[in-house]
Design a protein around this ligand. Structure first.
Ligand code: CTP
Length: 405
């Protein structure tokens, strides 16, 4: 079980953070409470001290606090930084990376995941500044526990009320104890671009960073699957615990994916595979001349389509593809779903700059035979979790594969 830093900021929901601390302890976690100045107007540190049985951090400058540079020391030992309630002000500070008190300094110093439970007046929550700050945090991988709707302390009725303490505890606990829902399953994920060589120094490539596919592979591993990641040339580092097969060209990827997929329960083709490759690779560097140069390109095999054809009427493996489009995104994805005979297409609008190739966030729609499911803008890691939740539902609806029955 983990040590959780519980940041309590100055909102009326601060008293509910006491219940959150208690709930986390009941789930077996240790809690250290950090209170901002504002929080202490709503509830006293002694309450948290009595519940957590640890000193409460209220001041960056308290005596002894800097003998071990406490925010740095704590940063390395926590498994989660959970902010309950998160005021508009604290959300803005976290988004900007300000560090004027212990909590905000800790947020910069730690590599532990960040979870925030916002609570504020409805109009404050809807303000574009707050919405933008929440999106910045989400895009960086922070987990947002959505506020609920209801009667607010300020007299308004609307969205902005702190999520129920039990729901916050559940969300934090789930994050720290990954489900083993894919234990015993074999998963193949392709990610990144392919490079099609023209000569010994030049190639045709694309802008895929591989981040989405790597997040999908990492999430499957977190859920207990045995994962093979077939990865094109990219500088994004995949987690070491994955079985990684490095490839360069569409032909390499074709061979690696088809080979690894023979025993797979699920194949996710997140790679941006080149559709065309030079008809021949020059052995020597191509020299320029005065005339224009034409290249002859030939089609590469469509790996996903082959997987769909190879599966035929069988139920396994579950096949997931991506559709990177610049217009009519969902309609085109639906065409691909049918043409490639796959179970799920993740439709992605690559014309938008804030999402897609190099970004850390993505806004996608899941397209299946059952319909379209648009997802809100979220970190690629969250999109990966939603994808596996959806794929697990698809898996549950089919007969068990031979290996698992
Ligand atoms: N794909 C594949 N083999 C290829 C090309 C694409 O397996 N040679 C997979 C991709 O990994 C992705 C899906 O097919 O999961 C869709 O790729 P995309 O490039 O968006 O569409 P295409 O089918 O190539 O069609 P178009 O380029 O015409 O949009």
């Amino acid at each position: 079980m983990s040590l959780i830093a519980l940041g309590v900021t100055g909102g009326i929901g601060a008293y509910k953070a006491v219940e959150v601390a208690r709930g986390l302890q009941q789930r077996g976690h240790e809690v250290v409470a950090i209170m901002t100045r504002g929080a202490q107007n709503f509830v006293g540190p002694v309450t948290f001290e009595a519940i957590t049985r640890r000193p409460v951090i209220t001041d960056q400058w308290a005596a002894g606090m800097n003998s071990s540079v406490e925010h740095v020391a704590l940063a390395g030992s926590i498994g989660l930084l959970l902010v309950v309630p998160a005021t508009a002000h604290t959300i803005a500070k976290l988004a900007l990376g300000l560090a004027d008190d212990f909590l905000s300094s800790l947020a910069l110093a730690t590599t532990a995941p960040l979870m925030v439970a916002p609570a504020m007046n409805t109009h404050m929550l809807e303000h574009p500044a707050v919405q933008q700050n929440l999106q910045i945090l989400a895009a960086r991988g922070a987990h947002i526990v959505e506020p609920g709707a209801g009667y607010l302390a300020c007299g308004w009725v609307g969205k902005g009320r702190l999520a129920e303490p039990d729901d916050i505890v559940e969300a934090a606990h789930r994050l720290l104890t990954p489900p083993r829902s894919l234990a015993g399953r074999r998963v193949v994920v392709s990610a990144g671009p392919t490079y099609e060589d023209l000569d010994p120094v030049r190639y045709i490539g694309n802008r895929s960073s591989g981040k989405m596919g790597i997040a999908i592979a990492a999430e499957a591993a977190r859920r207990g699957a045995v994962v093979t990641l077939v990865l094109g040339p990219t500088s994004t580092e995949p987690p070491a615990e994955l079985d990684i097969v490095r490839v360069r060209s569409a032909a390499d990827m074709h061979a690696a994916v088809l080979g690894a997929s023979e025993t797979a329960d699920v194949v996710v083709m997140a790679a941006a595979v080149a559709d065309y490759t030079p008809a021949s690779v020059e052995g020597e560097k191509i020299k320029k001349g005065d005339a224009d140069l034409s290249l002859r390109l030939v089609r590469t095999p469509d790996i996903l389509r082959e997987l769909g054809a190879r599966r035929g009427e069988a139920a396994w493996p579950v096949l997931v593809g991506f559709a990177a489009e610049t217009s009519d995104v969902v309609a085109r994805a639906r065409e691909k779903l049918a043409a490639k005979r796959v179970d799920l297409i993740v439709a992605n609008d690559v014309a938008r700059r804030d999402i897609g190739f190099e970004a850390d966030a993505n806004e996608v729609t899941f397209v299946t035979a059952e319909g379209d499911e648009p997802l809100p803008l979220a970190a690629k890691t969250s999109v990966a979790a939603s994808l596996w939740d959806r794929v697990e539902r698809l898996m549950a609806s089919r007969p068990l594969p031979a290996a698992a029955s």
